[in-house]
Design a protein around this ligand. Structure first.
Ligand code: IMP
Ligand code: MG
Length: 179
């Protein structure tokens, strides 16, 4: 598996250090807010587990799972495969996501959760790949772990064909691993 990694972009130590920093900021920003922290499955699981332990305030956990609509044409449309199970009306909500790429997923999740009328809704993404943003996407994440270049990355929850999620770092796949 690790033979297919061309380059380690973000090491375990760098992930840990940045998540600690974000934890201090989020602990401050969410003091006395009892937030509901919504993870977007499945890519977020490793980040979620590490991040939530650094947010040292009372909070609740929830998850949603979305995927792009598998229709006859590739419209970029998303569907909810699993919705959150908490009533978020009037509550402070923080979305955790693995990567902000074209922007389709987070824009969809944001609109979906806003329709449930939370008191506030903010977004924390571990990775941001600004070079890939689709024209017309205006969402700005409130908290970003790392900006990454325009390369397909795997590890620390991120997959290629459902593999590589268990790597402890974020790396770039060798081109031959796509075939
Ligand atoms: P979007 O393009 O911003 O909608 O991102 C959609 C989803 O694609 C993300 O939540 C990730 O799960 C996945 N994704 C985007 N870029 C990468 C990547 O470089 N590696 C692995 N998964 C990615
Ligand atoms: Mg994702």
């Amino acid at each position: 598996m690790e033979n297919n990694i061309q380059e380690i972009l973000i090491t375990e130590e760098q992930l840990k250090a940045r998540i600690c920093q974000l934890g201090e900021i989020l602990t401050r920003d969410y003091a006395d807010k009892d937030p509901i922290i919504v993870g977007v499955l499945k890519g977020v699981v490793l980040f979620y587990a590490d991040m939530i332990r650094q947010i040292k305030v009372p909070c609740q956990m929830d998850f949603m799972w979305i995927s792009s609509y598998e229709g006859t044409d590739s419209t970029g449309e998303m569907i909810v495969r699993k919705d959150i199970s908490t009533d978020i009306k009037g509550r402070h909500v923080l979305i955790l996501e693995d990567i902000y790429d074209t922007g389709n997923s987070l824009t969809f999740v944001q609109q979906h959760l806003l329709s449930k009328e939370p008191a506030s809704l903010k977004i924390c993404t571990l990775l941001d790949k600004p070079s890939r943003r689709k024209p017309g996407i205006t969402l700005q994440p409130d908290y970003v772990g790392f900006e990454v270049p325009n390369a397909f990355v795997v590890g620390y929850g991120l997959d290629y064909n459902e593999h590589y999620r268990n790597l402890p770092y974020v790396g770039v796949l060798k081109p031959e691993a796509y075939n």
